[in-house]
Design a protein around this ligand. Structure first.
Ligand SMILES: CC(C)(COP(=O)(O)OP(=O)(O)OC[C@H]1O[C@@H](n2cnc3c(N)ncnc32)[C@H](O)[C@@H]1OP(=O)(O)O)[C@@H](O)C(=O)NCCC(=O)NCCS
Length: 150
């Protein structure tokens, strides 16, 4: 783990940095408006950022839907991967879910995204179905993963 990394609740001050992370991580990045809605406006959402030297280099978040958490995204700047940031973001989301009394967490991940699937399996997620041709850019299937919480 990087020494000077901290995990903080996402806010307006992180949007500019996270837009850069989005563009580096995804073929179809969220727009500035979408990130603002998620970080600031959506009361059903909770997001955290990984901050290093005052710069947000990763983020992850979820929506609470009744007693379930739907993880929408976890992304880490390519220069900072495989240093534990994705794990730290997943751990804070698990804590958040437990503190809210959620019974389960779910997410969707591209079939080809083996590194993300490995991160999710490390934290106890297992395959729970598939959405065929879910991603519009290349018709890739989504794997649905679930984790039951105690
Ligand atoms: C998935 C992602 C968030 C992981 O972030 P990270 O900071 O590299 O994750 P960590 O360093 O905490 O690694 C956690 C686990 O992920 C898995 N992992 C991470 N990178 C991996 C790789 N290149 N290959 C295989 N497994 C990998 C491993 O299981 C690892 O656990 P270990 O270190 O005990 O072996 C990062 O690769 C990323 O931003 N990818 C692009 C965005 C994305 O696809 N997000 C998921 C959308 S569903």
């Amino acid at each position: 783990m990087l020494n000077d990394m901290s995990i903080v609740r996402a806010g307006r001050e992180h949007i500019e940095d996270i837009m850069k992370v989005e563009k580096l991580c995804f073929k179809i990045p969220w727009s500035q408006q979408s990130i603002t809605d998620e970080f600031v406006n959506n009361e059903a959402a909770v997001y955290y950022c990984a901050v290093i030297g005052g710069r947000a280099v990763g983020y992850g978040g979820m929506w609470q839907v009744l007693d379930e958490g739907h993880i929408t995204n976890i992304a880490v700047h390519p220069e900072f991967r495989q240093s534990g940031l994705g794990s730290a973001l997943m751990e804070v989301l698990l804590e958040e879910a437990k503190s809210r009394g959620l019974t389960a967490l779910t997410l969707e991940v591209r079939r080809s995204n083996l590194s993300a699937q490995a991160l999710y399996r490390k934290y106890g997620f297992s395959d729970g179905g598939m959405r065929k041709r879910y991603y519009a850019d290349n018709n890739e299937d989504a794997i649905i993963m679930w984790k039951r919480l105690e």
